[in-house]
Write a protein that binds this ligand. Structure first.
Ligand code: SF4
Ligand code: SF4
Length: 279
C-alpha cells in the first residue's frame, strides 16, 4: 500500500509524506473518524507545497491565497486517490482529510517526521519551509511505521519579534483582514500600515528556514495548480471585474466579497491620500 501511495504522490509532485500509527495522533474531531468507520490504523501525513514564483512578486495577499483555493485542490486529489485505494485494497477503509481533520495535523506531521514545529506554530519542512498545506489519508490498515519525537525550530525568535500583534494590542493582522463590518480608526491605520488585503505572512517571511528555502530555490511548488490562475496583487478593478463563479474559487471567498472590497477601498484610499501628499 505504501509503495502505491508513493507512486501516486510522486506523480502529483508530493515528495513529503510519511505514515504514523493513528494511536499516536491526538484526535481532535472524533466524530470524523466515527463517520469514516475507523477507530484504529494508520495516518499517512503529506505536505502539499504551494509557494509559486508569483508569490515573490509584489502582493497584498497572503501567499496561500495567491493561487485558487486549496480546498478545491484537496477535493479533487481525494476524489482521484480514494476510489483507487478502495479498489486496490477492498478489505480496508480509507478517508482523506485536510484542514478539517479528525487529528491535530501539525503535531501528527511532526511525529511523522515531515518537519519540525516552529515557534510560529507552523510545520517547517526542509524543502518548502512552512509554505505547505497538510493532508492525510486515514485507514484502518496497520502499516508498519513508528512515530518520532517532535523536533523544534532553531528558536531564533525572529517570528515573535516581527509579529505586529505585539505593537497592536494583541490583534492579529490576519484576523483583522477577515473581520466583518466597519473597522475602527485604529484598525484602519493598522491595515494601512501593512497594506494587506488578506492574511499575514510576516512570521513566515522572517523565518530563517524560509530564507534558506528561498535562497536554495527549493521553496517553489512543483504542483501546477498552485502556479495557475494566480492573483498576487488584488485591486478593486480586478475584484469588480471578477464574476461570482471566479470569486468563489479564491481562498478568501468564504469571508464574502464585501470584506475584501472594504479592505481594498481602505487601502486604495490610503494610496490616493499618499499620492496627494507627495504631489
Ligand atoms: S499572522 Fe501576522 S499578526 Fe498574526 S500572529 Fe502571525 S505574524 Fe502575527
Ligand atoms: S523565525 Fe525563528 S523562532 Fe520563529 S519559527 Fe522560524 S526559526 Fe523558529
Amino acid at each position: 500500500m505504501f509503495s502505491f501511495l508513493s507512486n501516486f504522490f510522486a506523480k502529483k509532485g508530493i515528495d513529503c509524506f510519511a505514515p504514523i500509527p493513528l494511536a499516536d495522533c491526538s484526535v481532535v474531531r472524533p466524530y470524523l473518524l466515527e463517520r469514516a468507520g475507523i477507530s484504529d490504523g494508520t495516518a499517512i501525513l503529506f505536505a502539499v507545497p504551494y509557494f509559486s514564483s508569483d508569490s515573490t512578486l509584489p502582493r497584498n495577499l497572503s501567499a496561500y491565497s495567491v493561487p485558487r483555493d486549496y480546498h478545491a485542490y484537496f477535493k479533487s486529489l481525494f476524489e482521484e486517490l480514494l476510489p483507487q485505494l478502495r479498489e486496490r485494497f477492498p478489505q480496508y477503509r480509507f478517508a482523506g482529510f485536510s484542514d478539517h481533520s479528525p487529528i491535530a495535523e501539525i503535531e501528527a506531521a511532526c511525529r511523522a517526521g515531515l518537519g519540525v514545529l516552529g515557534k510560529n506554530h507552523l510545520l517547517i519542512t526542509k524543502r518548502y519551509a512552512s509554505y505547505v498545506f497538510l493532508g492525510e489519508i486515514i485507514t484502518d490498515a496497520r502499516l508498519e511505521c513508528v512515530s518520532q519525537p517532535i523536533g523544534y525550530c532553531s528558536d531564533c525568535g525572529a517570528c515573535q519579534a516581527a509579529c505586529p500583534m505585539t505593537t497592536h494590542g494583541g490583534v492579529c493582522l490576519s484576523a483583522l483582514t477577515q473581520k466583518k463590518g466597519e473597522l475602527t480608526d485604529g484598525e484602519i491605520a493598522y491595515l494601512r500600515e501593512y497594506s494587506s488585503v488578506w492574511g499575514c505572512d510576516i512570521c513566515q517571511e522572517v523565518c530563517p528556514h524560509t530564507k534558506q528555502a528561498l535562497k536554495d530555490k527549493t521553496i517553489f511548488s512543483p504542483i501546477p495548480y498552485f502556479s495557475e490562475n494566480t492573483i498576487p496583487y488584488l485591486t478593486k478593478e480586478i475584484l469588480d471585474a471578477m464574476p461570482d463563479e471566479e470569486f468563489e474559487t479564491r481562498a478568501y471567498a468564504w469571508r464574502t466579497r464585501a470584506v475584501i472590497s472594504r479592505n481594498l477601498d481602505l487601502l486604495e484610499m490610503n494610496d490616493r491620500e499618499e499620492e496627494h501628499e507627495d504631489a
